[in-house]
Every structure is written in structure tokens, then in C-alpha cells.
Design a protein around this ligand. Structure first.
Ligand SMILES: *[C@@H]1O[C@H](CO)[C@@H](O)[C@H](O)[C@H]1NC(C)=O
Ligand SMILES: *[C@@H]1O[C@H](CO)[C@@H](O)[C@H](O)[C@H]1NC(C)=O
Ligand SMILES: *[C@@H]1O[C@H](CO)[C@@H](O)[C@H](O)[C@H]1NC(C)=O
Length: 351
């Protein structure tokens, strides 16, 4: 029997012969059998889809089932066959030549002794999407098969806003948008009761260089303070986002009509002035009594004394400005006065 690696066209005859011989002998094929001379690979028919950030298994299995541990297994992205995502050879996973983008994220965990060469890829990113080739090589034979991986990305939380509808009426214009999806999500509007609202407006979409899609839609709806609207973007049950809003235009409470508005402002200013005045009176009284105690004098009726006190206060300011030292009177009272306080005292006492 001839045993050349590779070119399958020239090997068709040999393969047919082997199949005939095998079936004639009716040898039962079990797992953990030594490598047969030829084999095929079984992969999923359709694309495999996964969510960005999760783990995925790209299924690939030899048929008939046999122990593939002595063989070479190579997984590569179809765009980069020179540096595979994973290379298993000489009974172990090789460090080189492999694509560094897959380092630490790939493994063969399906059980190679049972013929399972599925690739497990962790922490999937959008860049991982595309066609992967599973290639198994024995001393006499090799086989390849492709698995297509699509990566779903869940976008941002929906942003909802309400604006006046062009043309007026008691309807408002509600807009809902979300960014960063892959592929384009399905958008649905629902009312408070959960009934879908058919929206004949076209959904606007834009895509960025990475291929992520942003989606936006608007709807005219009867203004309401209690019947909220929900807008949902979804790819699947696990990958969806919902936002809600009350469809009415927010009006600020300052919108008080003409005359009342002015009257309101005048009243407000007057009240503020009165409050200020009351406050200053209370403050001055307090300061005055503090001053009296520091002077150890209860006699306030004498005008001469008041004047003297004013003069002393002036001295206080001078003292604070020139030497920065506390005057004796203050030290005696155990109080510290700054220039501002001293000025207030003058005002209160002179009045
Ligand atoms: C092969 O291995 C993968 C995990 O890597 C597993 O999901 C799959 O079920 C296995 N296939 C079989 C037929 O055991
Ligand atoms: C509603 O708002 C969107 C923008 O968010 C605008 O493009 C659309 O023309 C508006 N429709 C009406 C009827 O006001
Ligand atoms: C990915 O998105 C497609 C299209 O919306 C959907 O059919 C599929 O179930 C999604 N897959 C996952 C894993 O979310």
C-alpha cells in the first residue's frame, strides 16, 4: 500500500480501495483505536455565534473516531494560515509559530483520545470573527474543514428623548437610540401594557470602521404623564437592552404668566431684604453684648463712654494692622478679634 501525505486527487483510488477492504473485513471502529490510514472531519454545518466576552467551542471531530494524540492538529483563521491560533504537535501545544492574539485563550479540551479536536476560544472579541480551519495531519493523511464564527456585541443602554412633533397636535416625537451593536439589533417599541407599537418610520443606522452598528428610531405618540413607552434593542434573549420614557415634554416651573411673574419677583426681593435686615440686627446685638462682657462694664447709657469705645476699637484695628499682636483688652477677655469684627463693633456701638 502506498502512503503519501497530501494531494487528495491522486489518492482517490487508494482511498476507495481502503474503504472496500475495511468494509469487507467489517472491523468494528472504536475510540482509542490507532490512526486509520484515512479519515474525515466533522464540523457544524452553519456558523457558530457567540457573545463578545464569552467562551466558545468550535466543534471539529475526526471520523471514524480514533485517538488523535499522536497526530498534528492545527487551527487557524482563514486570513492568517501562517501563524495558527493553535498548533498541537509532538504530543503538546506548541508555543510557536502561533498568532499572539490567541495566546492564553485557546485550548483543546474535548478529549483528543476520543477524536475530539474542538477548539475552545475564551474571552472572544469582535476581531475573532470569521472562518477558522481545523486541520488534522497524520503520517499518511491530512484533512481540513472550516467553521465559521460570528461574534455578537451588545450595544449601549438606549437613550430616549421627547421633542415637540413637527405639525404639533397633542402628539410628541419620541426618539430612541443605541450604539455599538453587531450585527444590527432588532428594535421594538412597546406601550405600558406590553403591546408592540408598529412603527412605520425607518430605522436609521450607521456603522463605524470596526463594523459596530448604531441604531436610532423615532415615533409620534400621544403625550401622556402616566403611560410610558419602552424601546428594546435585541439580538437574542441574552443580548438585549431596554429603555423607558414618559412621552411628554418637560416644562420648567418658572413659566408663570406676565403680571403674576413680576409681582412674584417683587415679593421675593422684598422678603429677602426684610430677612437680611432682621439678620443684621440680631447679629449686631450679639456682637454688642460680647463687647460689653469683654469690657467688664454694664453701663451703656453714657455717650462719652461709647465714643471712647469707638476710639479703642480704632486702636484695635491699628494694633492688628501694625504689629499683628493682640491688644491687652482682648487678652484680658480671652478673645481674639480680627479687623472685620472690630469694624462691625464700631458700627454697632456708634448707632
Ligand atoms: C468535543 O469537545 C467540545 C468541547 O471542547 C464539546 O463541547 C463537544 O461536545 C465534544 N464533542 C463530543 C462529540 O463529545
Ligand atoms: C422626530 O425627531 C427626529 C429626530 O430625533 C427627526 O428626525 C424627525 O423628523 C422628527 N419627526 C417629527 C414628525 O417631528
Ligand atoms: C447573535 O445574533 C444573531 C442575530 O440576531 C442571533 O440569531 C443569535 O442567536 C445571536 N447569538 C447569540 C449567542 O447571542
Amino acid at each position: 500500500m502506498f502512503t503519501t501525505v497530501g494531494n487528495r486527487d491522486t489518492m482517490h483510488l487508494g482511498m476507495c480501495l481502503r474503504v472496500l477492504i475495511l468494509s469487507a473485513l467489517t472491523v468494528p471502529i472504536r475510540a482509542a483505536q490507532p490512526a486509520p490510514e484515512t479519515f474525515t472531519l466533522t464540523v457544524p454545518d452553519g456558523p457558530i455565534s457567540t457573545l463578545s466576552g464569552s467562551s466558545v467551542s468550535l466543534l471539529c471531530q475526526v471520523s471514524p473516531l480514533f485517538n488523535v494524540e499522536p497526530l498534528e492538529v492545527r487551527w487557524y483563521h482563514s486570513s492568517n494560515s501562517h501563524s495558527p491560533a493553535l498548533l498541537y504537535k509532538d504530543h503538546k501545544i506548541q508555543e510557536a509559530p502561533v498568532d499572539p492574539r490567541y495566546r492564553g485563550r485557546v485550548s483543546l479540551t474535548g478529549g483528543m483520545e476520543r477524536g475530539n479536536v474542538s477548539l475552545t476560544l475564551e474571552r472572544v472579541t469582535l476581531e475573532d470573527r470569521g472562518e477558522y480551519v481545523c486541520q488534522v495531519t497524520s503520517k499518511q493523511w491530512y484533512e481540513k474543514a472550516s467553521v465559521f464564527l460570528t461574534v455578537n456585541v451588545t450595544g449601549s443602554e438606549p437613550v430616549l428623548s421627547v421633542a415637540e412633533a413637527r405639525g404639533g397636535g397633542d402628539q410628541v416625537n419620541v426618539t430612541c437610540s443605541s450604539e455599538g451593536w453587531s450585527p444590527q439589533p432588532k428594535l421594538t417599541w412597546r406601550n405600558k401594557e406590553g403591546t408592540e407599537i408598529r412603527n412605520e418610520q425607518e430605522v436609521l443606522k450607521t456603522s463605524d470602521p470596526q463594523g459596530l452598528v448604531s441604531v436610532s428610531s423615532w415615533l409620534l405618540y400621544a403625550s401622556s404623564y402616566s403611560n410610558w413607552l419602552a424601546c428594546t434593542f435585541s439580538l437574542s434573549e441574552e443580548a438585549k437592552r431596554e429603555g423607558r420614557i414618559l412621552p411628554h415634554i418637560y416644562t420648567a416651573p418658572t413659566a408663570v404668566p406676565g403680571v403674576y411673574k413680576e409681582a412674584f419677583i417683587v415679593t421675593l426681593i422684598l422678603s429677602l431684604v426684610i430677612i437680611c435686615a432682621l439678620f443684621s440686627v440680631i447679629l449686631c446685638k450679639r456682637r454688642g453684648s460680647m463687647w460689653s462682657s469683654s469690657q467688664k462694664s454694664r453701663n451703656h447709657s453714657d455717650q462719652a463712654e461709647l465714643e471712647q469705645r469707638a476710639a479703642e476699637t480704632e486702636n484695635l484695628i491699628e494694633g492688628a494692622e501694625n504689629t499683628g499682636q493682640t491688644p491687652t483688652e482682648q487678652r484680658a477677655a480671652g478673645k481674639e478679634f480680627n479687623k472685620e469684627e472690630a469694624k462691625n463693633l464700631i458700627k454697632c456701638n456708634v448707632h
